[in-house]
Ligand binder design. Structure first.
Ligand code: NAG
Ligand code: NAG
Ligand code: NAG
Length: 479
């Protein structure tokens, strides 16, 4: 298992791939000596908190209802641009006039080496036009058969009173795309501000069902300054479904379908993560001045400020992004007792908040306080706040393309001002990670009382029949 993992990660290094061509014996040796280094750059994501299980490829949706509108735009899903060709899948489209050269950006999954497509446009008055487009793959595509990317289509020449409303693409068919395979496109110019910060999370998968941790994530980010959450639903379990429905009714969460058309990890990087992050970024343009690009087990925690908005105000609002170094808080390390002490007072706060039959709530940010001494470098597992209005292409760890290249870019947030707290099992499997130098860091306890209260309130609203949010399933094999 270890061997397979090492070889797999090795395959992904371009350096290693070149040496493979030269001589495969050298390759093996080379591979082992470089495994650690390669892994540190961007290790495979072993289904972060979930047991490793194989997932069936979901069916393509046949019933997208395009009249459904969420807070930030239309509710869409994946569709194939040219059915049966397995080359391009489309999710959404945005008219992007932020650059000198306006374009229509389609969020897509694209088979590598697909040639430049033709874009077919439909106007409001049903005029049609065809122009040549181009493909821009998103940088972090890991040499898998498919990559997330943008299809870039120049604006059509319809008049100002007859806006473009749909775009389709073809690479192999003779003639224009069919309307049925096109996506609606949205003009980002006419948007109104909704709030200060959205939170963008890669698609939920493996029947994700840790309700309490999802409530903790949402309530913690609210305390940190977020007011809106954009989630993508590949698969979720019943408890998480209940959490999402509850927050959707309240309006602070939107959940977008994500019927991934290719197989995750075999054909494309985890769940088409880059397509979702870039869709979320473009959905946030004009609606939110900041967007947190994080995973469900990652929290951007300020160390001096009350919340992220205050941190941004203090460090300077003109940056186009704020990058926080990653530091691991491994789940196998001991549990902090502060939450227990807080709840088990004479007033019996636990019963008052969570009910008589409740378990001690297992909160990541409050229970896990032992962390690695050494955070990773910027760009390695770091997470960030983006400025959607200024970001053209976003990645998992940094913004790849800003609106004004060469202008002011991201701020590397000093580690004394903030860190990405990342709660998980050992990233290479097993338990060896626990031996690395570590110390206790209780920065997140600043939120202990308010967070616990908020979680108790929301869990009672979501699961009225239960004493608290359901206890999550065990962590599963570390391998
Ligand atoms: C599509 O969604 C809209 C808005 O939510 C709704 O009014 C309409 O009934 C839905 N249509 C179908 C066919 O489900
Ligand atoms: C998530 O997707 C599944 C499968 O399509 C669906 O049954 C479920 O209702 C969705 N949940 C939410 C909250 O969107
Ligand atoms: C921490 O507490 C949780 C919930 O009670 C428990 O499942 C877990 O095993 C504990 N972890 C350790 C390292 O004791």
């Amino acid at each position: 298992m270890r061997l397979r993992r090492a070889l797999r990660s090795c395959h992904r290094s371009p350096v290693v791939r070149i040496s493979f061509v030269i001589v495969s014996l050298v390759y093996i040796v080379h591979c082992f000596s470089f495994t650690t280094v390669v892994n540190m750059n961007d290790p495979p994501d072993p289904a972060v908190l979930e047991p490793h299980e194989k997932e069936n490829l979901p069916q393509m949706p046949t019933n997208i209802n395009e009249s459904q509108i969420s807070a930030t735009g239309r509710v869409l899903d994946w569709r194939e641009a040219e059915p049966g060709k397995n080359a391009i899948y489309l999710y959404s489209g945005y008219i992007d006039k932020r650059k000198a050269q306006p374009t229509i950006r389609l969020i897509a999954i694209i088979k590598r080496k697909t040639k430049a497509p033709e874009c077919t446009y439909w106007s409001a008055s049903n005029k049609r036009e065809v122009k040549s487009g181009s493909i821009k793959l998103i940088k972090e595509n890991w040499a898998l058969p498919y990559s997330a990317g943008f299809i870039l289509c120049p604006l059509p020449s319809f008049g100002p009173d007859d806006p473009v409303i749909r775009v389709g693409v073809t690479t192999q068919s003779a003639g224009p795309a069919l309307l049925a395979n096109s996506v609606p496109v949205e003009n980002m110019e006419s948007r109104k501000k909704i709030g200060e910060m959205s939170v963008c999370v890669k698609p939920f998968h493996y029947e994700f069902n840790r309700a309490l941790w999802l409530v903790e994530f949402i309530e913690m980010y609210k305390l940190l300054g977020a007011d809106h959450f954009i989630f993508y639903n590949h698969t979720v379990g019943p408890d998480v479904e209940a959490v999402l429905r509850y927050y959707m009714r309240q309006g602070s969460v939107e959940v977008l379908p994500w019927s991934l058309p290719v197989e995750t990890k075999k054909d494309i990087r985890t769940e088409g993560i880059f397509a979702s992050l870039n869709d979320c970024n473009l959905r946030s343009v004009g609606h939110f001045p900041l967007a947190a690009m994080v995973d469900i087990d990652e929290f951007l925690i300020p160390r001096k400020d009350e919340n992220l908005l205050e941190l941004v105000a203090r460090l300077g609002t003109t940056y186009h992004g704020y990058v926080f170094k990653n530091v691991f808080f491994y789940l196998y390390w001991e549990n902090d007792t502060a939450l227990h002490d807080h709840l088990n007072t004479e007033e019996n706060l636990q019963v008052n908040l969570f009910g008589a039959d409740s378990h001690m709530p297992y909160l990541l940010t409050q229970t896990k306080t032992r962390r690695l001494d050494q955070p990773h470098k910027y760009g390695v597992r770091s997470k960030y706040l983006a400025r959607p209005d200024k970001s053209v292409e976003v990645g998992n760890h940094v913004v790849w393309e800003y609106l004004q290249p060469g202008g002011r870019t991201s701020l590397n947030v000093p580690e004394t001002d903030g860190l990405t707290h990342h709660y998980r099992i050992c990233e290479f499997g097993g338990w060896d990670c626990l031996k690395l130098p570590s110390h206790i860091d209780q920065t997140a306890h600043r939120y202990l009382a308010t967070l616990t209260q908020a979680i108790a309130r929301e869990c009672a609203g979501i699961f009225p029949g239960l004493p608290a949010c359901p206890v999550a399933p065990p962590l599963g094999s570390p391998w």
